[in-house]
Design a protein around this ligand. Structure first.
Ligand SMILES: Cc1cc2nc3c(=O)[nH]c(=O)nc-3n(C[C@H](O)[C@H](O)[C@H](O)COP(=O)(O)OP(=O)(O)OC[C@H]3O[C@@H](n4cnc5c(N)ncnc54)[C@H](O)[C@@H]3O)c2cc1C
Length: 503
């Protein structure tokens, strides 16, 4: 019942490779752009990948930093959990290593609140992997939930999670917020904080501004229909070493051109030739096919600066300009003298703090941080605020996060921070109520221009990095279809909930 199935099946009857004159431009070198460029290049499409930053990776990009102690470290945008139901992302990663040997099990990850609140931590990891059994086990063992509370739970609201349907759920729930859905559920305050709020924040959205339908889709993808369980893996070294350098070598091996430091400034239909991309300070590029794999603010700017595209595809332009952005978020990586208790988990979700949403102990996760910490008896601790309050400076937010960490783990107050690498970003997608019908999908009214990224609509259950990959493969398949080649298979968990009505 929960076995993965093919949303797009292989077509061995069709040619694997395209003809000799197929060309494509991919704009944006995050997970989506790299996945699209790689699979297109494997199929014989002549691809150029244009990335504005000096490096590939997007929100998993890396950069060098010299610390005050003179050491050179590689810093990243933040911890990422590679869940096991990310079938398509994993298929792309298997091109680097068929055994995915660079991913390691992160182990149990608790959801915790400060001791003064008096709530025992919650841990989702050792649950049975079979959906529904996992729910039963969670209800039975969860310290945040008492069986007698079940009579207060609104069965209709709770069953919406098991009735997920990509059309009906959005028709019925997209107009209201996840907060309204959670209010209606009737869970205790503690149950709600421990079981749901951290989850909503992980998508860079506050539950008051997060569509209830999107929230239900995430419950379906991560919990109620996912046969792999909630365990997650993460690369055992920095993303440059494990992902971006190997991907660049592989792209080049397949004949793709990877151009970093190349910012696309406008997109133009180019008659019979397909598409032209104007690049800042460089000659324009031309290709038959175009995949735009930039984040929401960048895509909005790019399209606003492309009058010929707007004239050719007014629907796309309207949809993009209407799309909301996500909450701003802050990531700080602290290079410290001293360490926290040995029993602390590699990744901890934090609930009911004003700012702090998660803590990752990088020195217990990845090689480079472990080496840095070992040499100094130190630690590398990363703090995330996924939806941080507006109007406060990054420095103020980092101070607040550190205070909240010390309230959560008292020994953290003794860490001496040698360097804090802190950044605030505003490039996460927003999933506000009422925008489902506005959200563009991969195919646009500009023929030959496809969108890919974690903000692009897809009927294949997916989110975040997996959504970026699924939409990239969907874009690739549209190119392959036009070129008469076989599609790239796309795998999926079951698309509808176990109790979804038949019609
Ligand atoms: C702190 C943090 C933690 C996260 N944790 C998780 C997690 O645990 N699990 C998970 O699945 N996901 C997680 N995510 C989400 C994940 O990072 C994203 O879903 C994913 O990286 C999106 O990839 P993308 O390719 O769609 O977009 P991006 O990575 O944003 O890539 C877009 C690229 O386009 C480039 N670009 C923009 N404008 C232009 C232009 N004009 N010309 C050329 N290039 C341009 C950008 O520089 C960027 O490289 C996390 C994100 C953050 C920030």
């Amino acid at each position: 019942m929960f076995a993965p199935h093919h949303a797009v099946a292989a077509r061995p009857d069709l040619p694997h490779r395209v003809g000799p004159d197929a060309t494509a431009l991919v704009v944006g070198g995050g997970i989506a752009g790299v996945s699209a460029a790689l699979v297109l290049a494997e199929r014989g499409v002549r691809v150029e990948l244009l990335e504005a930053a000096p490096h590939l990776g997007g929100r998993l990009g890396t950069w060098d930093r010299r610390l005050p102690d003179g050491s050179e470290v590689v810093v990243e945008h933040g911890y990422h959990g590679f869940f096991r139901q990310y079938y398509n992302l994993r298929d792309v990663l298997r091109r680097l290593d068929p055994d995915l040997g660079f991913l390691r099990d992160v182990g149990g990850y608790p959801i915790a609140s400060r001791p003064s609140v008096g709530w025992e931590s919650e841990d989702f990891t050792a649950l049975p992997r079979t959906p529904l059994l996992n729910l039963v086990a969670l209800v039975l063992r969860s310290p945040s939930f008492k069986l007698r509370e079940l009579r207060h739970v609104d069965a209709d609201e709770a069953l919406a999670m098991l009735r997920y349907d990509p059309v009906r759920t959005f028709a019925e729930h997209d107009h209201r917020s996840a907060a309204e859905l959670l209010d209606g559920l009737g869970f205790s305050d503690r149950g709600r904080a421990m079981l749901f709020e951290v989850f909503a924040h992980s998508f860079f959205n506050l539950e008051q501004r997060y569509s209830a339908a999107e929230f239900l889709a995430m419950c379906h993808f991560y919990f109620t229909a996912n046969p792999e369980g909630l365990g997650m893996d993460a690369p055992d070294d920095d993303y440059r070493t494990t992902l971006w350098e190997p991907f660049t070598r592989l792209l080049e091996k397949h004949g793709a051109t990877v151009t970093t430091g190349a910012r696309a400034v406008s997109l133009r239909p180019d008659g019979a030739r397909g598409w032209a991309v104007d690049v800042e300070g460089e000659p324009a590029r031309h290709a038959r096919h175009l995949v735009v794999a930039t984040d929401v603010p960048a895509t909005r700017d790019l399209i606003a600066a492309s009058p010929e595209l707007v004239a050719a595809a007014p629907g796309l332009a309207r949809r993009i300009s209407a799309l909301p952005g996500g909450e701003p978020y802050v990531v700080t990586r602290l290079f410290c003298e001293g360490d926290v208790d040995p029993g602390r988990a590699v990744f901890t979700g934090v609930t009911r703090e004003r700012v702090l949403d998660s803590v990752t102990l990088f020195h217990r996760l990845e090689g480079a941080s472990a080496r840095w910490a070992r040499d100094r008896g130190g630690s590398v601790v990363e703090l995330h605020s996924y939806a941080c309050p507006p109007g406060e400076s990054v420095d103020e937010l980092v101070v607040a996060m550190r205070e909240e960490l010390a309230a959560l783990w008292p020994e953290a107050a003794d860490l001496r921070v040698l360097h804090a690498e802190s950044h605030r970003y505003a490039n996460a997608p927003g999933f506000d109520p009422g925008y489902h019908l506005v959200r563009p999908g991969v195919l646009t009214d500009a023929r030959g221009l496809r969108l890919a990224g974690d903000w692009v609509a897809s009927d294949v259950p997916s989110a975040l990095m997996e959504r970026a990959t699924v939409t990239a493969l969907t874009a690739v398949n549209d190119v392959l279809r036009e070129e008469g080649a076989a599609p790239e298979p796309i795998r999926s968990i079951r698309p509808r909930g176990v109790l979804a009505p038949r019609t």
